[in-house]
Design a protein around this ligand. Sequence first.
Ligand code: NAD
Length: 502
Amino acid sequence: DLSNLSAQLPAHAAGSSIRYPHFINGRYVESVSGKSFENYSPIDGALLGKVSEGGKSEVDAAVAAARAALNGPWGSMSLNRRVELLNAVADEINRRFDDFLAAEVADTGKPASLASHIDIPRGAANFKIFADTIKNTPTETFEMVTPDGGDALNYAVRVPRGVIAVVCPWNLPLLLMTWKVGPALACGNAVVVKPSEETPATATLLGEVMNKVGIPPGVYNVVHGLGPNSAGEFLTSHPDVNAVTFTGETRTGTAIMKAAANGVRPVSFELGGKNAGIVFADADFDAAVDGISRAAFANCGQVCLGTERVYVERPIFDKFVAALKTKAESLKPGRPEDKETGIGPLISHEHRSKVLSYYERARADGATVVTGGGIPNMSTDLSGGSWIQPTIWVGLSEDSAVIREEIFGPCCHIAPFDTEEEVIARANDTPYGLCTTVWTSNLSRAHRIAKRIDVGLCWINSWFLRDLRTAFGGSKQSGIGREGGVHSLEFYTDLRNVCVKL
Ligand code: NAD
């Protein structure tokens, strides 16, 4: 067993050689094949460690362990005990806050100030909130009159779906993983998690927490690996998996949906976006600039809810562009632990190449680069990292790939608009439909827009303001289904109707 992985995960672990094993049936194990891949720091390009690459045998073992847990102590555990254990998981994450923070920051390079406010506390809260939800959500009953004039009573009970495959991205690793694992376990399922190959640490560390608080072996499993022809594909096509929940790119969702079609397994998908930000001239100007700045640049633009298309009403267009430029230029890149650091690196060199290709494309399509557009000058010790400049463009036409495709970097295009009708049409002109952020002081207009914009989440005078009881998910190609609050129960349980003739 690997005891205390966290001790090996300093915020900056250059030159170390950590092993990230799988966590199967309550134990840390290496791949039978001995295969592994390398994990690099986005901060300076240093080798962080080697991650075991799971194959079919690891996926088989994890799914079998999950099934055994369902047939064993986990399946027969009372709801009250399950709820107690999940609250203990949250408490233990909070007790080991610094370990989780160090692990998340090492993998992602994001500022510690951000991860300590969002990633880790939300990672813990996701266990508490769904423990509360499952405990406090009633099911339905219907009395009926039977054809012979008697009575019958229908009532519904929630039963777990079984073994859930949880496939995760790298942008908010612990938060997005527990957003699924929390409700899945609260509902009594067992899970096999496939973390992103870029961010193996916090999912691995969570195994220690599960063991410490007494979650039975096999309830929470982690198999590392890549997507196609690796752990991701083997897990999502495994015949003994009962449902697949996935957050990531729309293209990957298409592949997973095909895999899940064999055996007609249900899917819950949180996918890509190309979200519009809309600012009217009557908006609280400073609040709008601040909100759009966060939506465009937070987490180095690697937030599915982020805004890469901004529409600003013409009278304030020039002033807004200038103010957002000032904001972008105030974001200082630097080490995660430095208090002044305002922006971290992108997740990898590979992702930076993709983002830079859009920076090139913007120039080729005739954009005016308001700020940024390239790689910042970093000190020698950080020059091996995947740093990138926050970037603002104006002047592109709506058919540019920069405006149509998800870039997932710290960048946005700002365009002027003249009427409400026009801006709604432009905002909706996309195959995606995840979210929008609208800034106006006209209450009627705000509600009108909320009604007509094709998204799962519409923020008015705010962005990323989340009440975990509300429905979360995307329309159109941004997802399938809703999670959050009672909506998660819909996916992670089957509703069984019991009809009793009285
Ligand atoms: P990705 O789709 O490349 O990878 C996500 C996960 O899927 C990884 O664990 C990967 O190994 C796995 N995977 C890849 N191919 C697979 C296959 N064929 N079968 C099974 N698994 C496979 O996404 P990413 O680059 O890690 O994350 C960024 C994307 O995630 C962006 O598009 C972003 O918008 C989206 N995202 C959406 C939300 C949301 O809530 N809607 C939240 C965060 C991120």
